[in-house]
Design a protein around this ligand. Structure first.
Ligand code: SAH
Ligand code: DHB
Ligand code: MG
Length: 223
């Protein structure tokens, strides 16, 4: 029996074998990302399917994602959508967006995904000004330094009762350390601080272990 992190990964494999099965499309996505040299910081299969089922469970028709990378989580989210549903996904790096476009085109989900390249804060402001239709579900997974501003934009762009999910809110427990060397930690702590008494959302977080080590998802529902 493997121990520590290896055991967490083995359990993720067990979960995938039983509840997800062979997913040739997403295997190909991960392989293309690896070949292109993208960092392997996509969600796990179990997490991706959880995002898909959460979005499907609330009947999401309009999904916003902040942080596309190679489109692995985007594909999980797009799979939750009904006919005419859309995922709008924001990515800073044009080269990553290009890889995501190629990956998504192989899934046949192209007409359900819009990738917008640029600094997400600027893109989100543009979406607000444009008066874009409200989103039902938002997955936030880009630069952790901007998690608190992303929360405010996500609230502004969502319908009342929308589901917001933030990735990487535990970081192997490092979020407890106000003096952390990891520059992503203060941004994540700022998110918890603004959520502590937030008038417009109710939130919780769950810690997770698995192939992505010890981390967590934060769930917030808008009022
Ligand atoms: N959601 C993806 C992983 C996203 S990784 C998945 O699970 O498959 C985080 C992504 O956020 C990276 O691709 C990074 O380039 C992007 N990012 C970082 N800073 C950003 C910013 N300011 N605006 C938009 N995207 C940003
Ligand atoms: C990092 C970012 C992520 O979104 C993730 O899931 C894991 C790691 C990072 O920037 O280190
Ligand atoms: Mg992440």
């Amino acid at each position: 029996m493997p121990d520590g992190d290896q055991r967490w990964s083995a359990v993720d494999d067990y979960i995938s074998d039983h509840l997800i099965g062979e997913d040739a499309i997403q295997q190909e996505t991960l392989e293309a990302n690896r070949k292109a040299g993208l960092p392997a910081i996509d969600v796990s299969a179990a997490q991706g399917k959880m995002l898909q089922l959460l979005a499907k469970g609330v009947g999401a028709k309009r999904i916003l994602e902040i942080g596309t990378l190679g489109g692995y989580s985007t594909i999980w989210l797009a799979r939750a959508l009904p006919e005419n549903g859309i995922v709008v996904t924001l990515e800073l790096e044009e080269s990553y967006a290009q890889i995501a476009r190629t990956n998504i085109s192989k899934t046949g989900l192209d007409d359900k995904v819009e990738i917008i390249v640029g600094e997400a804060i600027a893109t989100l402001s543009a979406l607000v000004h444009k008066g874009t239709d409200p989103f039902d579900f938002v997955f936030i997974d880009a630069d952790k330094q901007n998690y608190a501003p992303y929360l405010e934009h996500a609230i502004r762009l969502s319908r009342p009762g929308a589901t917001l999910i933030f990735d990487n809110v535990v970081r192997e427990g490092e979020i407890l350390n106000p003096e952390s060397d990891d520059p992503k930690v203060p941004g994540t702590r700022a998110l918890y601080e603004v959520l502590q008494n937030h008038p417009k959302v109710d939130a919780t977080a769950v810690q997770t272990v698995g192939s992505k080590k010890w981390d967590g998802f934060l769930l917030a529902i808008t009022r």
